[in-house]
Design a protein around this ligand. Structure first.
Ligand code: GLC
Length: 474
């Protein structure tokens, strides 16, 4: 099958979050399935274009019109691609050669341009995919332009739109329709929502199938609490809204091979994890004790549950444990966490930075991983944590609910500790259950750690599910 993936980020070229991880691993996994040919389209951002390690060649150049604007488009191909997996970059220095990748006044215009330019590029190189798979609002106009202006060149191409985060929808003023999009007036209704032009809403209505990154989140998206205004539109898609839970790239996140950690280990021989714990305590100035290390690698934002963490923080630190947090974010949380950490030297290590090697060492050294997100489409760090043998404590929402079933020490079923309603006391209750098993139920605890490490979080099963969906469309 020929599949084109369109997105605004993909590791290792460019990444700001989980979307970038997914767009690295899913195309690669799909390309390993016999008979598949995958093409990924990304903007040629400054950070990619001027990175000498990313070698490309020009394939074609042409012009894209957005009403009165006539914009250059260059299509570059990555030289590191293979027969089954090609990466293409859409070049336009005016739109993409900037420091940073999102957050500009003209993001709407930049990604309207990108949607149209990708379709025009595929038409020029006569790439006619059976499936066009678009990710998040930045690619939301692709299904619209496909139907409105390119259908004759792609008569049988079907579209899939995946929501990674409904919080960002790509909204512009209503004048954007006439001033930029240049679409026939019959598309105005599809693109409009709540007095704005809304890229994500347009894609949800127009794509042949809408997916999101876990089954529970697919259900939650039908409710106002989770859907940031789009619950009605999403619910109206009925069976055409599905959830497929993400995996992780187990070749990237592998405690048996990770070069950043003190000693490699695996489920079969977890002994190295102890050395990793000691090394982490030394690196971060924690006491070298056997108390459990609780860890978080996170953005410091309230939707990640930092508000309820702050609420329980002092009570938590009265317990026999150590706490490690890595991440940056909202200033009020940075200040609050830093000041409490300074009161607990040797016990609470606060690291206001993001550093992926340190993150690896934290996953490897930690016993317990905290992820109390208010909502979580999928979440990748709880999967990495389990793979590294850190038992998760999570709010049972979205992908956290699907990937961390509650542990029952009597039967050995489950993978972690959960709480059901978003509040600090229930979060602390779940942590206390974890601590209880860590201290008093050692055999069950060690079996749990091992079972978490052995669980298959690879992309193989999710990639098969995407294939089934694609097949159902053609
Ligand atoms: C977004 C979501 C996160 C998900 C990731 C990849 O970043 O917030 O939950 O894991 O996308 O799909």
């Amino acid at each position: 099958m020929k599949i084109a993936m369109i997105a605004s980020e993909a590791a290792p070229f460019i990444k700001t979050g989980g979307l970038g991880d997914v767009l690295q691993a899913l195309p690669a996994e799909l390309s390993r399935i016999k008979g598949n040919q995958i093409a990924v389209f990304l903007p040629y951002y400054k950070k990619i274009k001027y990175n000498p390690a990313i070698e490309t060649e020009l394939v074609t150049a042409f012009t894209v019109n957005l009403t009165w604007r006539q914009q250059y488009a260059g299509l570059f191909r990555w030289k590191g691609g293979s027969g089954n997996l090609q990466i293409y970059f859409l070049d336009n220095e005016f739109y993409f050669c900037r420091d940073g990748i999102y957050g500009f006044y003209d993001d709407g215009e930049r990604f309207a341009y990108f949607a149209k330019a990708v379709l025009a590029a595929m038409a020029r190189i006569e790439l006619r995919p059976e499936i066009l798979h678009c990710h998040d609002w930045q690619t939301g106009l692709v299904p619209i332009y496909l139907e409105a202006e390119f259908r004759d060149r792609f008569p049988s191409t079907r579209t899939v739109f995946t929501i990674h985060n409904v919080e960002y929808q790509g909204k512009t003023g209503p004048e954007f329709f006439n001033e930029v999009l240049g679409l026939d007036d019959r598309w105005r209704g599809v693109c409009s929502f709540d007095g704005c032009i809304n890229f994500m809403k347009a894609a949800v209505v127009q794509a042949d199938l809408v997916t999101t990154v876990s089954e529970t989140y697919a259900t939650e998206l039908r409710y106002p609490y989770f859907a940031h205004g789009l619950s009605g539109v999403l619910a109206s898609r009925g069976e055409k809204l599905r959830g497929i839970t993400n995996g992780i790239d187990v070749s990237v996140y592998d405690p048996a091979a990770d070069p950043a950690i003190a000693q490699n280990y695996s489920a079969a021989d977890p002994s190295g994890k102890r050395a990793c714990k000691r090394a982490l305590q030394q690196e971060l100035g924690l006491a070298e004790s056997d108390a459990p290390i609780l860890a978080m690698v996170t953005r410091l934002a309230s939707h990640k549950g930092i508000d309820i963490l702050c609420y329980i923080l002092r009570r938590l630190l009265e317990r026999e444990l150590q706490l490690v947090i890595v991440g940056t974010g909202e200033a009020k949380y940075e200040h609050a966490l830093n000041s409490v950490a300074s009161e607990y030297p040797g016990k609470f290590s606060m690291n206001l930075r993001f550093d992926s090697a340190l993150a690896s060492r934290v996953y490897a050294g930690a016993d317990i991983y905290l992820m109390p997100s208010r909502s979580e489409p999928c979440g990748l760090s709880q999967l990495i944590a389990m793979h590294y043998g850190a038992v998760p404590v999570v709010n049972a929402t979205g992908g956290l609910k699907d990937t961390v079933p509650p542990f029952n020490p009597d039967t050995g079923e489950g993978r972690g500790y959960t709480f059901q309603s978003y509040n600090g006391d229930d979060f602390l209750g779940a942590i206390d259950r974890a601590l209880g098993d860590y201290y008093n139920n050692r055999a069950a605890w060690e079996a749990l750690v091992r079972a978490d490490m052995e669980t298959d979080f690879s992309w193989q099963a999710p990639a098969q599910k995407y294939m089934e969906l694609y097949c159902s469309l053609i």
